[in-house]
Each structure stands twice: as C-alpha cells, then as structure tokens.
Design a protein around this ligand. Structure first.
Ligand SMILES: [Zn+2]
Length: 116
C-alpha cells in the first residue's frame, strides 16, 4: 500500500510506500507555526518525489538543514527534505496534503522546534 501527498494543483507530490501513519508531529518553529504542517518523517527510499525542478520552490533558513519545498504554482507544501542528525536523507511528509488521511484520528506529538 502507498499514499500520496500532493499540492493543490497536482504539480508536485510525494508517493510514500507503506500504510498511512497513525501518528504525526506538529512543531512550533518559526516556519511550521506559519504553515500549519502536520508532519510524518520517512527515509528518502520510502518516498518517490514527483517534482519538476522549475516548479519546485525551495526555502531554507537557520542551518539550511531542511529544504522547505513548495509548489510554485499553487503554493502548497506537500513535503520537505533534509538529513537527520545521523546524515540519513529524510522526507517530511505533510499529512495535511494527503486527502485520505483522517487528521482528527492522528495521535499528535508536539515538538518544541522553536528552541532548537
Ligand atoms: Zn501546486
């Protein structure tokens, strides 16, 4: 089974192998609080990105460790990419962009990203 996190217009997406997660995280850092993302992290081999480079916005800040991607057509944020502290390539899937995900059923963990 797999699920897809897509922007509103469908230009960029991440197809993630596996079942929809039951848990996710929200974060109070300066960008997550503005975007309202609900994130689930997977390794980059579990997520196939479909993202034409001329339509894929890329915003970084602070240590530039995370690429906060967005669709340059519709502005939505279906995923971000980066490396974890061990150097593994990760994809942060925004579950708000997965239409079949029941957001009200997710067990949410809050991360104090503002203090990092
Ligand atoms: Zn779009």
């Amino acid at each position: 089974m797999s699920y897809r996190s897509t922007c509103h217009c469908g230009t960029i997406s991440a197809t993630v192998s596996g079942d929809l997660p039951a848990e996710a995280m929200t974060c109070n850092c300066s960008i997550c609080r503005r975007k309202g993302t609900v994130l689930h992290f997977v390794s980059s081999d579990e997520a196939a990105l479909d993202a034409p480079t001329d339509k894929l916005g890329d915003y970084t800040f602070n240590k530039d460790a995370i690429h906060h991607h967005f669709c340059m057509v519709c502005g939505c944020t279906p995923f971000a990419t980066g490396t974890d502290p061990q150097g593994n390539e990760m994809v942060a899937v925004n579950l708000r962009c997965v239409p079949e995900c029941d957001l009200d059923q997710l067990k949410l963990t809050t991360v104090d990203g503002a203090s990092f």
